[in-house]
Design a protein. Structure first.
Length: 102
């Protein structure tokens, strides 16, 4: 599989090794992110990271992967993130909500 189904990397040795090392965790995190959005969350990646108690560095790429898979859509809203910049607020692309797993 390739991006966005798995973590992406550039043609650099360390980037590739890091992406390969996080594959299992990335799948789990991506599903946790998806569950929040499927449950009706409308939030930035930073807010999702906060809700999951995880680093934005672990969650932002998972949100990007879901966007690339057309599973998340931009709501048109923006909110300020931890770095002070404006961040896109996403929602699940299919408005039908699925039951949460946790």
């Amino acid at each position: 599989m390739t991006y966005p189904a798995t973590p992406g990397y550039r043609d650099r040795d360390t980037s590739k090794k890091t992406a390969q090392a996080i594959i299992a965790e990335a799948d789990t995190l991506r599903e946790k992110v998806a569950v929040l959005y499927r449950s009706g969350a409308k939030a930035s990646a930073d807010k999702i990271a906060e809700a999951l108690g995880r680093s934005v560095l672990a969650i932002r790429p998972r949100v990007s992967e879901l966007v690339a898979q057309n599973k998340l859509v931009d709501t048109g809203m923006r909110e300020r993130n931890a770095s002070g910049h404006m961040a896109k607020v996403y929602k699940w692309a299919d408005e039908r909500k699925e039951p949460t797993l946790f």
